[in-house]
Design a protein around this ligand. Structure first.
Ligand code: AMP
Length: 311
């Protein structure tokens, strides 16, 4: 049998300071942004190449959390402007984040530039950034074997046409249920996901927060995975991005894009996201270990295991 060589994952996304309020408490200016959650999750599986921008006010102790041997920060641009800031609040329905304040700052004039050694990356994740910037990334990463994209309500509302163009080039799209409904105009999530499959992607992952996730593939294939049943969630921020990080990290580490690998990757996504929500910000994620992930993977399998009906 040949040796499987793991690939690196390239991520382009936001990096910034989050102020978060949930029923369990609040934090101010903690490390946030889609790229931070994604990188910390994916780096548990394989090497990560990060492209993002922060200002000179970005605290060194936040940067230190990303300075790991498995995360290449060669694509992190330091801007003279201030760092991106997001302030979000969750009520009793933890599936719905309410944006209280959004300051794009250096992110407003950002144009992602991939360092030369990033350009041949085979696994590419373009997190929720302006769709026009997602297109700029696609123009620079021509070698990607797997292009996965995410978005969010604001960008779908402001740059719908550009996002449609992004979808034409994506192999995998990850959105939450509200976003697939918003984009497709379909209230039924199944119909909405199938609509997305007609636009370019080969697979669609619909994240449903505490209700788990659905994976849609070609030929009406559907796979469902629950979220790990937690009686208490501290902070759901970053669940989607760490889900994507684990999913992409797993696929790149195994270099396998079969349907069954994709199913296992979705279970890894659900396992890692279930840890992220146990504490505020990246607190739990940055302490996470592979043995813990393996245990939770087993627990998720057990949760859905059912014997055959006896004869
Ligand atoms: P998630 O909870 O996985 O949807 O992602 C949360 C992260 O997205 C937070 O850490 C925010 O900093 C970041 N974020 C929020 N709004 C935006 C936006 N409009 N563009 C890019 N990133 C954002």
């Amino acid at each position: 049998m040949g040796v499987i060589l793991p690939s690196a994952v390239l991520v382009v996304g936001s990096l910034g300071l989050d102020s978060l309020r949930t029923p369990a408490g609040s934090v101010d200016e903690t490390l946030g942004g889609s790229a931070s959650y994604f990188s910390l999750a994916a780096s548990l599986y394989t090497d990560v190449r990060l492209v993002a921008t922060v200002g000179t006010d970005f605290p060194t102790h936040h940067r230190a959390l990303l300075e790991k041997p498995t995360i290449d920060l060669g694509g992190l641009e330091i801007s003279p402007d201030k760092t991106f800031r997001w302030s979000g609040m969750y009520g009793n329905d933890l599936n719905v984040a309410q944006t209280l304040d959004l300051q794009l700052n250096c992110f407003a004039d950002f144009h992602p530039r991939l360092p030369d050694h990033y350009r041949e990356s085979e696994y590419l994740f373009i997190a929720n950034i302006q769709p026009s910037l997602q297109l700029e990334v696609l123009r620079q990463a021509k070698q990607a074997r797997l292009v996965a994209v995410d978005s969010r309500d604001l960008w779908i509302e402001q740059e719908r046409d550009a996002f449609t163009e992004v979808l034409r080039h994506a192999h995998l799209v990850l959105l939450n249920d509200a976003e697939v409904r918003q984009y497709s105009g379909e209230q039924n999530v199944i119909a909405a996901a199938r609509h997305l499959l007609t636009l370019g992607p080969k697979a669609v992952v619909v994240k449903k927060g505490e209700h788990g996730a659905l994976l849609f593939g070609p030929d009406d294939a559907v796979f469902a995975i629950p979220a790990y049943p937690h009686a208490q969630v501290a902070d759901p921020t970053g669940a989607g991005d760490s889900f994507a990080g684990a999913l992409m990290g797993y696929l790149a580490s195994t270099n396998n894009l079969t349907e069954s690998a994709l199913r296992r990757a979705v279970v890894h996504g659900s396992a890692v996201a279930s840890f992220t929500v146990e504490a505020f910000g990246v607190d739990r994620l940055q302490r996470l270990t592979m043995p813990e992930i393996r245990n939770r993977y087993a627990a998720l399998r057990q949760l859905t295991y059912v014997e055959e009906e006896p004869d």
